[in-house]
Design a protein around this ligand. Sequence first.
Ligand SMILES: Cc1cc2nc3c(=O)[nH]c(=O)nc-3n(C[C@H](O)[C@H](O)[C@H](O)COP(=O)(O)OP(=O)(O)OC[C@H]3O[C@@H](n4cnc5c(N)ncnc54)[C@H](O)[C@@H]3O)c2cc1C
Ligand code: SF4
Ligand code: SF4
Length: 414
Amino acid sequence: MRHPQSLADIVTNGLCIGCGLCESMAGPDRVSMVMVDPPGRLRPKILQPLDSSTEQEIIRACPGVTIDQPMDARTHPQAEIDTVFGPWINVWRGHASDPYIHHVASSGGALTALGIYLLESGKVDFILHVAASTEQPMRSVRHLSFDRAQVVEATGSRYGPAAPLVDFKQLLDRGKRFAVIGKPCDISAVHNMCKLDPRVDDLVAYTLAFSCGTFADLNCSHAMLHRNGIASEDEVSLFRYRGYGCPGPTHAETKDGRAVDEAYRDFWYGPWGWTHQFRCKICPDPTGEMTDISVADAWPGGGPSEEEWGGWNLFISRTNKGDELMKEAHDKGVLHLETSDISAIYECQPHQAVKIQGMEARLSAIEQEGQVGPRFVHLRLSDAAARTDAEFQNRNREGTRERIKKGVNREPLA
Ligand SMILES: Cc1cc2nc3c(=O)[nH]c(=O)nc-3n(C[C@H](O)[C@H](O)[C@H](O)COP(=O)(O)OP(=O)(O)OC[C@H]3O[C@@H](n4cnc5c(N)ncnc54)[C@H](O)[C@@H]3O)c2cc1C
Ligand code: SF4
Ligand code: SF4
């Protein structure tokens, strides 16, 4: 398969996920993340030509292009390897013990509770994650938390574009220990950076990710406003995608005091449909193999329902450090936990297993169509595919071929 040779190649071939790392690496005078609207995606705008060494480093670090992290590089001898979902030491079902966090959070409040615990136990100086923008509450911005209130401010799933790594290198310059909470691809970027910058191993003390199916283009959030009688994003004073119950509705408030709700399932599965970037269709690691702890919704029945179900997380500890953090958080009363097993992730996230098992076929379609594609190694994609039959593989290959023929993997430069 051909791979990108430049930052422009990454974007135009539909491989960018909008994490912002390239802005941090090149500097905002040369690369700046901008909202490409429509469809509402954060993409790097190249303001000045890049020197070859910076461009090559960006290609190596960009999580849209490169996922390459051998297990033994992260020293966790106790971990077993599940063919589909990767390394695991222990699996639990549970939620934040604090009832307020449990209620307002996306599902069980696990990430918020763990973020607070990391800060209050002195294990890290700050948390890097994302939160709603104060100026434009429908948009998401990179967020730093130094105390409980700031972590709680960032609670909840932001199902639109977000660039948490927009100043990642500059955060390393602070010389403080921090944790990163993000999508699996955000965490892959951090791991790619380990190979380029030795400070990452010393300063990024923990990485936590949630199971991620994709996120919607910002236009989908604009459409939700319009469906509910709000003419413009400028009128919005608060916008959240879920939470305050589980799943909780997509909720908007306006500066003149109106409040509208749309059911979670309607936002995603209503007749209007939704759009998202191509790269998520070829995401080989939707549950975050590279993290210390992965967290998912423990959906009863394996998928979202509108029923309030209490909101539980599934936790997978993947490294010794992550495993110790989980046990400590349980012992200190931060998390309510019940022992589970790796089979539970297949039960509550079946769409992710299906996606990973079809990945080899999807990637082969990119190659066969002569397209520029990513470089995914050390992910056992052939072994995962071997669990399925030829018809399944063919369906995945043809689906990707169709998408390529429609041009969904092509994006203009910002
Ligand atoms: C884009 C996206 C896709 C998702 N896809 C799935 C899925 O396929 N299956 C599934 O089970 N669950 C999915 N979820 C929900 C996710 O599983 C839950 O958020 C997770 O269970 C954590 O719940 P929590 O209650 O512990 O999170 P909370 O305690 O509410 O904390 C959420 C944390 O995630 C951070 N965060 C929120 N949005 C983003 C973002 N866009 N980028 C980076 N960091 C962010 C916040 O800063 C916060 O720290 C998705 C969430 C998002 C944001
Ligand atoms: S995925 Fe991140 S690093 Fe790669 S091009 Fe997009 S914004 Fe830049
Ligand atoms: S599906 Fe994968 S590539 Fe897309 S946002 Fe989620 S983790 Fe990133």
